[in-house]
Design a protein around this ligand. Structure first.
Ligand SMILES: NC(=O)C1=CN([C@@H]2O[C@H](COP(=O)(O)OP(=O)(O)OC[C@H]3O[C@@H](n4cnc5c(N)ncnc54)[C@H](O)[C@@H]3O)[C@@H](O)[C@H]2O)C=CC1
Ligand SMILES: O=C(O)C(=O)COP(=O)(O)O
Length: 527
């Protein structure tokens, strides 16, 4: 098997490359590529490991024909076009905790730096001025810290600020009253936070809702003398308004680690009074960089080598322990989805995936995802488990999951039912002891077949001599039959036949089979 190939395109701790190699991946470390250079080379890679510098746009993804996973060694994924990655079938994963302590510490450092004007005092002291009387600071003890966003980093900032004896008020629509109590913060709305906070620190992702959350109007509602810290994302604060308010003195100080445009080389804020900044250093500690590098390389290798999915933003998780157990089920589920997709006429507005016996105890999401991937192959060849649920949603297909822990005839069973204009139609399959997937039922008729390669499907009247006629027809056209599977509803009733053959069945043979006496349906199938 060829080794998966990974590109590390941003500066990353060397542990990442080491882990990739140890886990059986080939790895290139090439940082500083232009978008054009990245687009020209991305086609050869199965994995792309990034931090915040690489912008993974729809344009780059268009050329990423072999890409299976993008791993963000860090938290924010606003530099990745996730909908475009999902449509392309590429998993996007991040490392949601590896740098959160470090970033929270940077926010606290900036709060303290603002309170005591450390950067300006340092610069002027080193310039030989000894400007002791120019720097009157403020204590943080007893001051109100307004936390906008109380997720992982916000919660750590709160705990450190409480240690500094600050009073913490938090605005986060998803913060429950119980969690607020647990964190020791007071949950408030944004208006109240703006009115009460002596310091404001932002810890939300950049989304349509949070963009410009500290707009000119909101900044005007803040308490005079407020100090503002942003270690989350540029674009959360109106930078022009912030500059005006620093100049008017309404805002007594601001510290930004992140900017709307990065790298920020000529921000209008540069030189504004009481303004300090760092070049997106929130996550830049040795500890955090080792954490995220190890974690991203482990997660990406799990996916590329074993199919395990952790911390993905566009598909359900699947642990590396679960992955081998689920692998044969996913093969079975994909084949069943593909079978109904190839046999059904017209649109399929509803699909249900039912698991019975041992299959019902497993993580259902990958099984359902694999059924959809098989089903959606009728619309697109580049479909996989990542993009199938999105494609199904786009087409308005309603998906139901049913678990039935009771064992039926089979120790384990997956059944796929689709609603068609002629009513519900279902197919079902099981796993043999060695993990081999087997079809065991097709539209209510028991049959036992392996779904693989090229196949011929025939529905016919159960009459003597029919099997021989099909065999002769194949022989006349030089088509070798590998396996022959039969089933029937009742003696003399409707019967099905599934043949595996050594080549794709030409259209004229399908037409000739249709012309045989007693034939109802003939289809060539590919798996
Ligand atoms: N400066 C740097 O180097 C770093 C920056 N970050 C950034 O920090 C930010 C926060 O990261 P985490 O705490 O790990 O994320 P998180 O997902 O754990 O927390 C984000 C919080 O924001 C809240 N939120 C979402 N929409 C909101 C809204 N409209 N108003 C108020 N709150 C809202 C969420 O409910 C959640 O609790 C991210 O943008 C991340 O990219 C993270 C690491 C390093
Ligand atoms: O993890 C994040 O969200 C960060 O912003 C850190 O960015 P970086 O990896 O230092 O470019």
């Amino acid at each position: 098997m060829t080794k998966p190939k990974v590109l590390i395109s941003d500066k990353m701790d060397p542990n990442a490359a080491r882990i990739f190699e140890e886990r059986g991946c080939e790895v290139d470390v090439i940082t500083g590529k232009t978008p054009e250079e990245l687009k020209a080379t991305i086609g050869q890679y199965d994995g792309l490991a990034i931090r915040s510098s690489t912008k993974v746009t729809a344009d780059i993804l268009e050329a990423a024909d072999n890409l299976k996973v993008i791993g963000r060694a860090g938290i924010g994924v606003d530099n990745v076009d996730i909908p475009a990655a999902s449509a392309k079938g590429v998993v996007v994963m991040n490392t949601p905790f590896g740098n959160s302590i470090t970033t929270a510490e940077h926010a606290i450092a900036l709060i303290m730096a603002l309170a005591r004007q450390i950067p300006a005092a340092n610069a002027r002291t080193q310039a030989g001025e000894w400007p002791k009387s120019d720097f009157m600071g403020v204590e943080v003890t007893g001051k109100v810290l307004g936390l906008i966003g109380a997720g992982n980093i916000g919660a750590i900032v709160a705990s450190r600020a409480l240690g500094l004896r600050m009073k913490v008020v938090a605005y986060d629509p998803f913060l429950t009253p119980e969690r607020a109590i647990e964190l020791g913060v007071e949950k408030v709305d944004l208006g109240e936070l703006l009115e009460r906070a002596d310091f404001i620190t932002l810890h939300t992702p950049l989304t349509d809702e949070t963009r410009n959350i500290l707009s000119r109007e909101r900044l005007a509602q803040t308490k005079p003398g407020v100090r503002i810290v942003n270690c989350a994302r540029g674009g959360l604060v109106d930078e022009a308004a912030l500059k005006d308010m620093l100049e008017s003195g309404h805002v007594a100080g601001a510290a930004l680690d992140v900017f709307a445009q990065e790298p920020a080389k000529d921000s209008p804020l540069f030189g504004a009074p009481n303004f300090i900044c760092t070049p997106h250093l929130g996550a830049s500690t040795t500890e955090a960089q080792v954490n995220v590098a190890l974690q991203v390389a482990e997660q990406m290798s799990d996916y590329l080598v074993d199919g395990g999915v952790t911390n993905a933003l566009n598909m359900p998780s699947l642990s590396a322990e679960e992955a081998p157990k689920l692998k044969p089920y996913m093969a079975l589920a994909e084949n069943l989805g593909s079978l109904v997709g190839q046999l059904a006429h017209g649109d399929l507005p509803k699909i249900s995936v039912e698991t019975e016996g041992a299959a019902a105890d497993l993580n259902q999401k990958p099984i359902v995802g694999a059924v959809l991937a098989g089903l959606m192959k009728r619309y697109s060849q580049s479909v996989n488990m990542v993009n199938a649920p999105y494609l199904a949603k786009e087409r308005g297909i309603e998906v139901r999951e049913i678990r039935n822990s009771q064992r039926g005839v089979y120790q384990t069973l997956v059944r796929v039912t689709v609603a068609t204009s002629q009513g519900d139609r279902s197919v079902a399959g099981t796993l043999f002891g060695n993990g081999q997937p087997r079809l065991v039922e097709i539209f209510g008729i028991g049959i036992e077949a392996e779904l693989a390669g090229e196949m011929l499907y025939i529905v016919n009247d159960d009459v003597p001599g029919f099997i021989g006629r099909v065999g002769s027809l194949m022989g006349e056209h030089g088509i070798n039959i590998g396996t022959f599977h039969l089933g029937r509803r009742a003696t003399g009733g409707e019967a099905v036949m599934l043949l595996s053959v050594d080549q794709k069945i030409p259209q004229d043979v399908i037409e000739a089979a249709c012309a045989l006496d007693g034939v109802k349906v003939v289809r060539g199938l590919s798996f």
